[in-house]
Design a protein around this ligand. Sequence first.
Ligand SMILES: [Zn+2]
Length: 412
Amino acid sequence: MQALGLASGYTHAFSVAALNSALRTGPVMIGIEWLNSMLDPKSEGRIPLDATSGVAGGHELELTKYDAATGEYWVPNSWNTSWGDKGWAYLTTADLTWLLSQQGDVTVPSLTSSPTPTPAAPAAPTGAQVAAAVRSTLTGLGVTMALMPGATFIGPTRNKRVDGIVEVRGLVLHIQQGTEQGSDAWFKNPASQASSHFLNPKTGGLRQLVDTKDRAWAEADGNAHWISIENEGYAGDKLTASQLENAAQLLAWLHKTYSVPLEPTDDPNGKGLGRHGMGGAAWGGHTGCPGDPVKAQRPAIIARTEQILGIDQKPHVSLAHVVYASQHDPAAAQGHTTHSAEVLIVERALHAEGLLSAQYVDGSWGTKTITAYARWQRSAAGGGFTGTAADGVPGETSLKLPAARHGFTVTD
Ligand SMILES: [Zn+2]
């Protein structure tokens, strides 16, 4: 204000009485402790003060209006019209008095021109602006935020425990059993005692409701360890293409931020891409969440995540190399190997299928491996080949089938 020529200097005041007299001439700045309870103003605007909730940080804010009839001190929030009452919130006289007693102070600008006590209503910000402003405002409060870049922040909600995440083990897929709009309202309703870190609508981008350092209320006993995503739809639905893309983008961010491994998991104490049902009764007994089709989409989500990150975690097996080995190893001396590392990968798959005993998993495509691979080719899972097409020499189809089941990539 000084730089703009609006104020010629400042004086400080430390009491509500001094504050009230200063407010008659214009807005004043107050510096107070900002408590955790004050982060989520009520929808009618009251900033709740719970002295036991802990200090989130120090905060400098502008008091612009005092309602003498109700004793309410109003502050505008220029970055979020959904904060408090359309972007405005108030402290009661009693609460402000207490806050000022906790080493708070009041800065009164000496104005050089007539003040405008009530600023213009804030313009509606975009989702990205809100997310950026929420981040920078709370960072200014000394609160570290963990918001996913690109996600639209739709919080806050009271349904969370601030700083409640102990360790991120992974991402848990849910299905909303309803619409995005309904879930949004439900997760902001304190009566529901439920929330999710992310909401994934059938169309459009990812929406974030709860900071990933805070505990959302989606998996009961798993809440301290898992990041939740509620997908719009009903159990039995498949994720839409954009939902799958959003889930993959989120998993990529969690991989970079929290080292979440890119693999499915069905273990509440494991790590990776999980599902609500895996937690059983301890996670609320939602064994049908998110439903079989979404559960089965996990490899596709992970494959897309790897693509986003430019990672190919799987070992490569060259078809030409193993064909060469299958044509040269059997006739050569016992234990002869060609491209043994790649042969080993295929032999391990044959062993896992119960077709090759462990002693022949040796990196040599000998006669035992020929026999085992021929059995694989004849099996339904191996393509159901017959005659010379099931001769123990790999073909593209018979090799890609075990690749998908045993986690390797076939190259030319
Ligand atoms: Zn669920």
